[in-house]
Design a protein around this ligand. Sequence first.
Ligand code: 13P
Length: 343
Amino acid sequence: MELQSLKYIAKQLMAGNKGLLAMDESTNTCNKRFKALNIPQTEEYRRKYRDLIVNTPKLEEAISGAILFDETIRQSTSDGKLFVEILKEKGIIPGIKVDESARDMDGFPGEKITEGLDGLQERLAEYYKMGARFAKWRAVITIGENTPTSGSIKANAFLLARYAIICQEAGIVPIVEPEVLMDGDHSLQTCAEVTNEVLHTVFNQLYQQRVNFEGMILKPNMIVPGIKAAQQDSADVVADATINCFLRCVPAAVPGIAFLSGGQSPELASERLNAMHVRFRDKMPWALTFSYSRAVQQPALEKWGGKDENIEEAQKLLYERAYINTVARDGKYTPELEKHPVA
Ligand code: 13P
């Protein structure tokens, strides 16, 4: 394993006040988002949309790395240039989603298991040649009346750890993403207990599978109440619960933590990231940033709506949302910024 190179990539991904852009929606997920906005669910429209994203002016000022999907890493702009080439020219590191999505977990009603280890070595070798230098695997943990079970947490953690060591051996930085879903009406306290258990289990498995903590990035959920919970806690409460949990669970050797947004509004995702930096700036051993998909893309996707004449406006919104999150990473976000984001 070439640890120096993994450490260097991880450091670049977490540099300054930038964050990651998750643009790795699977065909199913992308089509679901398109359908809601009456955008045609075809390969060409998915290509057009990703073309819009990679060609967003100034994107590289806010984004250090972009996570692509298998279809996307093979696609090109309308004038025939591979998206990966555009990203590299901008100094944005290309990454790749390598899990093959979460599916119902046999024997565990209501829970999910993520697949994708078969042939992973070969796929990684190909992605490396195409320019990918980091990867992502998302495990899904569901909070319900009788879930999550320790059986599903352990199985998902084991697979995350196997994926991570295989990536490191291939010279690719693994983003380890155990997502505790926001779906439901559970309290912030429940999310905290589950996330605590999940992270301890994941780091235990990472250790057992000989993953080098210095050469990986964690992509976790924030500790938040369920989306339907009666009590919606303040950004400060979310920040305290989240960082106090990580301080107990995430080794200091891990260079970076980059949040998923998980269905939070773009504004809340920024406000909460900001609160963590304001309250814990000097107490965190790792760099802390964003790796949002919906919370960065949604306003731009809605503005675009599949229409060429809206591309420029949509790109402006995409850049603004990414920029606002860099301000949050500096701990300087204010709600005022939402009105006049870019000075
Ligand atoms: P969201 O920010 O929309 O949760 O997506 C992040 C991601 O990469 C999910 O795997």
